[in-house]
Write a protein that binds this ligand. Structure first.
Ligand SMILES: Nc1ncnc2c1ncn2[C@@H]1O[C@H](COP(=O)(O)OP(=O)(O)OP(=O)(O)O)[C@@H](O)[C@H]1O
Length: 800
């Protein structure tokens, strides 16, 4: 169908459009027309990707100057889905509207997903795969190859570098999935990973993992090739604050620190012993004296060196010079700081000489290694650990404490007299050192890279970060730099870089809370209502058992055995009534394990097993995915299943829930409010930080965070317009305004006032009634004009 939004002609690939899609497109268009950040909550079942892609293609047709569309996804599966959907839309546009495609769309992914060299697939895990690839493509190795043909290199990469004919790198307009690109690269015998990077600047639509946009360390791959005009579409943005803090967090442990010490020693010895290097280091010193070192400068410096070598030694080396940029662009150690914070100043004198630098680095690493032994650290200067929080882990006797970044830098200065300001230059200085030593495989030195990044962040940001130290009685387990302030990354990587950013999710309430914690003023902030033919989502809050005693997970199971029994009885009743799948969500592993144990003692598990099989999430991601597959199988073959999982667990976090739609989630029971663990040192610090810098009360953040995890499951209750399912919020605390106000706006109409304070018995009765009503199927014809609109319906609606 074809219609107008203002003066824009929209070619929509289907004969019917959902009212939500139309509404969504109107808001998207407004964001395209103007500039700013829009937050859009759109109900599940709305088919938002189709709406976005159709609108963008139509907009691009009418206004070709519009920027590239960058679609941020969470995983490779979603990337593939979006590209397939785009292919379909373009196909229909051609067939129905005779619109020739003038768009190039590609997906950007990791080496492992894009590699076409079968040799590398012998590597078992992702890390060794990456290391092997870096080894084969590093300049040093490739130079060795030019003298000794027995050295292993990647033939696909070599071909890619040697292609004189630039046409081979071109792609006709069209949509290319990861698989398509790999196929073509295999035919042309070139490396598809590096080829994809070349295509980025030519593509009109890029489908990328969100990390490519948020992580400053990955800027050189995608962001540096984009201009301000690009439109960032961030899907499933309900966890964007956590994504932002995650990309800037760094984890160090004793093994990493020991390895870094070893490597620093190795480099030192190399420099001391090899006289040939002296001249190179003199040049490097002069170069540093000249002033600022930027990536481009280092490239120039290196090419200068290479060129000299060429003339003197080997004419064939010239071939390699033209690809220095290619290799380096990828192997270049990225700066961990956000672009706006990178200091454009000369490298301080104290670290210009390589041995001085390495000496300081060695001492800092040594200090970090000893840092957190409880006996040693606590003997420090009085007052250093004023803000220290300590938590004793019960099971493995580990303790956790946190300190602020400035406390660590204070210590470094006072105890080992390492100047603080130069620490921020450590990653850059290390890059240059490796360049001078002509080491290109940065992965060999990844431990030093982590440490220098850690030091750079610690010395640059004295607010917004904390260091969490985990140790047991004798040894340090880890030292983790954790970001507390999501707005730091959001501001630097998104809002200040791009004119148009669209954040969207099916559960994004309350929209203004996100704007507050990310510190932006939205252009549009809208929650689109859900339009269904009938009330096919049914929600109830169970506040009491049949015996009228309150039900809640507020207390430990042993403290509240009546609630445990009432919860069990509710599940037994529902297992009998509900067809196919029931999903039960618990606030913590400990609670889930204990309650299941007691249900077993009461004989309730056997009663459930009479109707359905029981599956339970485990602490391991891989085995949890088998659990989900088996649960689905039980539902598919008609045996039915009950899936016991965590509301904020691995299955929920890793996309496991998205597949549990239709008959797999006819009923969802939320046992308890899934608050974050307020005993956790990190959570305590975060709450304190939000209070101090954002004036957000602890209780408000905890409620927001708990309810967004709950809402994740609500988005799965129905996945199609004629789907149906119900949800029971089984905890009296859900029946409070501070929780109800945080439900997604589209969901609230499904929770009527009469169902806010029910007993488990009532829940059973209403569920029975609900399934009877839903057993009547609705046809597409009945939906037309209501939950789906034809062209004439749309025109009529617009006139109204
Ligand atoms: N108006 C429509 N009529 C018929 N089919 C449609 C319509 N819109 C989208 N679809 C189809 O529905 C499927 C899913 O669409 P899409 O990829 O847009 O959904 P999504 O964005 O992943 O999901 P959500 O519904 O959660 O927004 C696709 O196969 C698409 O072609």
């Amino acid at each position: 169908m074809q219609f107008l939004i203002d003066n824009l002609v929209v070619y929509f690939p289907f004969p019917f459009i959902y009212p939500e899609q139309y509404e969504y497109m109107k808001n998207l268009k407004q964001t395209f027309d103007q500039k700013g950040i829009s937050t859009l909550e759109i109900p599940p079942t709305s088919r938002k990707s189709t709406a976005l892609l159709s609108l963008y293609l139509s907009y691009k047709k009418q206004y070709p100057e519009i920027g590239k569309l960058i679609y941020c996804t969470r995983n490779i599966y979603q990337t593939q889905q979006i590209l397939e959907e785009l292919k379909l839309i373009i196909q229909i546009r051609k067939k129905e509207f005779h619109q020739e495609n003038d768009i190039l769309a590609i997906g950007v992914s990791s080496r492992r997903n894009l590699c076409v060299n079968q040799e590398l697939f012998q590597e078992n895990d992702a890390q060794s795969f990456e290391n092997r690839c870096l080894n084969l493509t590093c300049l040093q190795n490739r130079k060795k190859y030019s003298q000794d043909q027995t050295t292993s290199v990647c033939s696909f990469y070599e071909n890619f570098i040697r292609q004189e004919n630039e046409d081979l790198f071109e792609l006709p307009k069209g949509v290319y999935s990861i698989e398509d690109v790999r196929k073509i690269a295999t035919q042309r015998k070139i490396c598809s990973y590096f080829w994809t990077h070349r295509l980025i600047s030519k593509a009109d639509i890029l489908v990328v993992n969100y990390r490519y946009i948020l992580d400053p360390k990955l800027d050189s791959i995608v962001c540096d090739k984009l201009d301000q005009n690009a439109i960032i579409f961030y899907d499933d943005a309900h966890n964007i604050d956590e994504d932002c803090t995650e990309v800037t967090s760094i984890h160090l442990d004793l093994e990493i620190l020991r390895n870094a010490s070893k490597k620093v020693k190795e480099i030192r010895t190399k420099i001391e012993l090899e006289d040939d290097l002296k001249e190179d280091f003199e040049k490097e010193y002069e170069f540093l004296l000249e002033g600022i070192i930027k990536k481009q400068e280092i490239l120039k410096f290196e090419s200068k060196q290479e060129k000299q070598m060429d003339i003197e030694e080997n004419q064939e080396e010239k071939e390699h010079i033209k690809d220095i940029e290619n290799t380096i662009a990828d192997n270049f150690m990225p700066d961990p700081l956000f672009p706006g914070d990178i200091v454009e100043e000369p490298v301080p004198g104290s670290i210009r000489r390589p041995l001085h630098y390495l000496h300081n680095l060695y001492r800092v690493i040594d200090y970090l290694k000893n840092k957190c032994h409880p006996g040693k650290s606590n003997t420090g200067r009085k007052g250093l650990f004023i803000n220290e929080r300590i938590k004793k882990g019960e099971a493995n006797q580990t303790s956790v404490k946190s300190i602020r970044t400035y406390q660590l830098t204070d210590e470094l200065f006072s105890k080992i007299q390492v100047p603080i300001y130069p620490l921020r230059f450590y990653p850059k200085r290390f890059q240059l050192l490796l360049r001078t030593l002509k080491v290109n495989n940065k992965k060999l030195f990844s431990s030093i890279e982590l440490v220098t990044n850690f030091l750079s962040l610690v010395s640059t940001y004295d607010q917004g970060f904390e260091i969490i130290i985990e140790y047991d009685q004798n040894t340090t387990r880890s030292l983790q730099l954790v970001c507390l302030d999501a707005s730091l990354c959001f501001g630097r990587q998104l809002s200040s870089k791009f004119d148009r950013v669209i954040l969207t999710s099916s559960h994004f309430s309350p929209l203004d809370f996100y704007a507050k914690i990310l510190r932006f003023k939205p252009l549009i902030s809208k929650s689109i209502p859900m339009v269904l033919m009938r009330k096919s989502i049914f929600a109830m809050i169970a506040t009491k058992g049949n015996d009228q005693s309150s039900i809640t997970t507020k207390f430990d199971v042993l403290q509240d055995p009546t609630a445990v029994r009432n919860y069990g009885n509710l599940l037994v009743d529902l297992a009998e009534i509900v067809p196919d799948g029931i999903i039960c969500c618990f606030p913590s592993f400990k609670y889930m394990e204990n309650i299941v144990h007691i249900w077993n003692q009461f004989g309730l598990l056997n009663k459930i097993l009479e109707h359905k099989l029981i599956f339970s999430e485990t602490e391991d991601l891989l085995s949890s995915s088998f659990v989900v597959e088996n649960f689905k199988h039980a539902c598919d073959i008609g045996r039915g299943g009950v899936l016991l999982c965590l509301t904020r667990g691995r299955i929920a976090r890793n996309g496991g829930v998205e597949n549990l739609t239709n008959h797999y989630s006819r009923c969802t029971i939320l046992f308890g409010v899934p608050y974050a663990d307020t005993q956790s040192v990190h959570v305590k610090d975060k709450l304190e930080y939000l209070g101090d810098f954002y004036q957000i009360k602890e209780v408000d953040y905890l409620n927001f965070d708990a309810m967004r995890n709950v809402s994740h499951f609500l988005s799965n209750i129905v996945s199609r317009k004629n789907d149906y399912g119900f949800v029971i919020f089984a905890d009296k605390r859900f029946n409070r305004k501070d929780k109800l106000d945080l439900l997604p706006v589209w969901f609230s109409p499904f929770l009527s006032e009469n169902f806010l304070n029910l007993s488990t018995d009532h829940c059973k009765q209403y569920s029975l009634q609900f399934f009877r009503e839903m057993s009547v199927q609705i046809t597409q014809v009945e939906q037309i004009g209501k939950s789906i609109l034809s062209q004439s319906n749309l025109e009529k609606q617009k006139k109204i």
